[in-house]
Write a new protein. Structure first.
Lengths: 76, 216
């Protein structure tokens, strides 16, 4: 689908798509950080095994979100 | 004397004779699997406001079969981009947007699977030799922890209500209490009859301790 019909002159029409995508990914990074905090609180509140793997998974999720945000910021 | 009182008396005498329920059962084999949904005297179970002399008797969570829905949805979500690649549904996107769309999809999928796993894993029901705990982990930002003394339990109801629950032996346990949280609902826990029996034994033991004036 071409966005040429928007007739934005020299401005890349896909920039209109890029801005909300980057904002949403930035919000997702905040959410991923909250998940890390909440996971840490829960593993401290309840010690029932698997604390380390769960913490690692939450950090990996956060890093994935951060990577995707930076990737979108630079590539789009 | 009525039979019911004779039976109660005999049960208490047996408990006193053999030592307490806790002492006897604590010597049984301990469960070490952290993913188990029914841990009797778990080897590694600790929580924030646990008293030093308090022993965790039961650690339960929902039966693993209750996870089947999100596991199937998760697998379908993982496979969805392959379908998108087979059919040109996203072909209008420039390659860089396509890449971000696919990676975003996998990010959301990983969050969905991780959240559902955490909700199952941290939604636990704990029975100690002093109290019962209901830890509700509703989502990644909201949780609730309720507790009640064993002596405040008024009524325990076991509810097993469908074919699959009967076959796999899991069900709900409704506990009426005199505490602020008037009803504790242990949902879809394995071996509900055994749980009710253990609760009854612990309550009798607690009653005996109260009569004898044992202070912990």
């Amino acid at each position: 689908m071409s966005l040429d019909f928007l007739n934005l002159g020299r401005v890349d029409p896909w920039i209109i798509v890029k801005i909300p995508v980057v904002i949403l990914l930035a919000l997702y990074v905040v959410f991923a950080f909250v998940v890390v905090r909440q996971t840490r609180i829960m593993t401290n509140t309840l010690e029932i095994g698997l604390e380390v793997p769960i913490k690692i998974l939450s950090y990996l999720h956060f890093l994935f979100a951060l990577f995707l945000f930076l990737f979108a910021l630079t590539v789009l | 004397m009525a039979d019911i009182f004779v039976a109660e008396k005999k049960k208490k005498e047996a408990l006193q004779k053999d030592g307490s329920h806790s002492e006897f059962h604590a010597q049984q084999k301990k469960s070490h699997n952290p993913l188990s949904s029914f841990c009797y005297y778990p080897a590694h179970a600790n929580f924030e406001n646990k008293d030093s002399e308090e022993t965790v008797v039961l650690l339960m969570r929902k039966h693993p079969i209750t996870n089947i829905k999100w596991i199937v949805v998760g697998i379908l979500m993982l496979a969805a981009p392959l379908v998108a690649l087979s059919f040109p549904v996203l072909s209008f996107l420039p390659f860089r947007f396509f890449m971000v769309a696919i990676l975003s999809w996998y990010l959301i999928t990983s969050a969905y699977i991780f959240e559902n796993f955490l909700i199952w894993f941290f939604n636990v029901y704990i029975v100690t030799d002093e109290r019962i705990f209901d830890v509700d982990f509703y989502n990644l930002v909201f949780r609730q922890i309720s507790d009640c003394e064993l002596s405040q339990i008024q009524d325990v109801t076991v509810r097993v209500g469908s074919v699959i629950r009967t076959v796999l032996n899991y069900g709900d346990i409704l506990i009426q209490t005199a505490a602020e949280e008037q009803e504790f609902d242990f949902e879809a826990v394995p071996q509900p009859d055994r749980v009710a029996k253990i609760l009854r034994e612990l309550r009798v033991e607690e009653e005996i301790e109260e009569r004898e004036g044992v202070v912990r």
